[in-house]
Design a protein around this ligand. Structure first.
Ligand code: NAD
Ligand code: ZN
Ligand code: ZN
Length: 411
């Protein structure tokens, strides 16, 4: 089969690789009909996640058709259409019983590696380094899905791939980011980052009752999107001081909750950015927590900082004094996917959410290497790429990445 494989920093290639096989009676094999590229994949692409190996198959946002099931998989049959959650969970361990599925204790065979870095191990993840299991990912024609009796969500025929694909990650992720804010009527929520995760966090914050959402980014089309399609107030962090503007908008009190939907590769004009870039390049810190620092400083006293943005290891100059002295609550985590998929599918079916709005590019799998670059560099107004591993509807209607007209944004 064909798969998009990681070979090093900024080096991904579509290769012929062996087809996956059932290894465990709880496995299923899925023929992938749609697969997306995530902001999390960019951290791999840019070389910031340790323990990747040449040839690793990327991708963790995928769906398709069940083509084979292990003996213990009774809930699925060949031909079923499913969306696969990016977190792999057994469904019955201590963490899974607490519905903390991204902390499953049985799905990371390399838990010892994660324990060295983080003290304890989270769950395994598809296509996201050996630290979290070394599982082959879903930017491929087929994937082996472990614990298939627990994770994959069956999709009714009448819904299109594009309507449900983002149940695999970014829709639940944006939703959990907003849910963690414990929103009350009248609340103002600020969201750093208007990528796909930030956009779904904005939408979810309104769904959960926020009165105002303030969105921060600098990419013009993403800010326009947040403003015009999602009714957010926007701040371009290159034009305005974010802290001062947030204070002006909240009568000096600060937003009730702040969401960091940027993560470890944040950008910022000015000196502190250069400081973080150099330290990150020298491996003296593993991320540039620029948005996180701002979110902590801006959040109102007693408020919540929710962090869906991914961080890998050690960060510098995090204002813990502000967190402690101002009674802030920090909430974070890889998304506990299995908790959110069915309720969000119900909302899609009822027409309350239409996640297709983020898709700007539909491309065959073979174009993945170009698509990574275009998405990373915010060229061609790219917000979300859907790859079609077996061709099919939509590919020809999508934009080609050739001739992309970038805005030259560094990353
Ligand atoms: P993305 O790269 O498309 O979006 C990030 C956005 O942040 C960009 O639009 C960028 O311009 C903006 N940005 C950069 N610096 C900024 C700053 N200082 N202030 C405000 N905005 C800034 O990525 P995405 O797909 O939207 O993902 C966002 C983050 O969420 C990533 O870190 C990703 O790894 C993470 N993520 C986490 C989970 C989870 O389970 N917790 C799941 C999916 C993605
Ligand atoms: Zn993702
Ligand atoms: Zn478990």
């Amino acid at each position: 089969m064909k798969a998009n494989c990681w070979y090093g920093k900024e080096d991904v290639r579509v290769m012929d690789v062996p087809d996956p096989k059932i290894l465990n009676p709880r496995d299923a094999i899925v023929k992938i009909t749609s697969s997306a590229i995530c902001g999390s994949d960019l951290h791999l692409y840019d070389g910031y996640i340790p323990s990747m190996m040449a040839g690793d198959i990327l991708g963790h946002e995928f769906m398709g058709e069940v083509v084979e099931t292990g003996n213990f998989v009774r809930n699925l049959k060949v031909g079923d259409r499913v969306v696969v959650p990016f977190t792999i969970a057994c469904g019955s361990c201590f963490s899974c019983q607490l519905q903390l599925f991204s902390l499953c204790e049985n799905s990371n065979p390399n838990a010892w590696m994660a324990e060295k870095l983080w003290g304890h191990s989270p769950s395994g993840l598809f296509g996201y380094s050996h630290l979290v299991g070394g599982y082959a990912g879903g930017q491929a024609q087929y994937a082996r899905v472990p614990f298939a009796d627990v994770g994959p969500l069956k999709i009714p025929e009448e819904l299109t791939d594009e309507q449900v694909l983002f149940l695999s990650d970014i829709l639940p992720t944006g939703y959990m980011a907003a849910e963690q804010c414990n929103i009350h009527a009248g609340d103002t929520i600020a969201v750093w980052g208007c990528g796909p995760v930030g956009l779904f966090a904005i939408q979810s914050a309104y769904l959960l009752g926020a009165e105002r959402v303030i969105a921060i980014d600098r990419v013009p089309e993403r800010l326009r999107f947040a403003r015009e399609k999602l009714n957010a107030i926007t701040i371009d962090y290159e034009d305005a001081n974010v802290y001062d503007t947030l204070m002006d908008l909240t009568a000096g009190r600060g937003p009730d909750a702040c969401i960091d939907a940027v993560g470890m590769e944040a950008h910022m004009p000015g000196l502190l950015y250069a400081y973080d870039r150099v330290k990150q390049a020298l491996m003296m810190e593993t991320g540039r927590p620029i948005a996180l620092r701002e979110a902590i400083m801006a959040c109102r006293n007693g408020g919540t900082v929710s962090i869906p943005g991914v961080y890998g290891g050690l960060l510098d100059k995090i204002p813990v004094g502000a967190i402690m002295n101002r009674s802030l609550t920090i909430k974070t985590g890889q998304t506990h996917m299995h908790r959110y998929m069915r309720p969000l599918l119900d909302r899609i079916q009822k027409g309350e959410i239409d996640p297709t709005f983020v898709i700007t590019h539909r491309l065959p799998l073979e174009e993945a290497p170009n698509a990574y670059r275009v998405f990373r560099d915010k060229q061609d107004e790219c917000i979300k790429v859907v790859l079609k591993p077996h061709g099919g509807a939509g590919v020809n209607g999508g934009r080609s990445v050739n001739g992309a007209s970038g805005n030259g944004a560094p990353h």
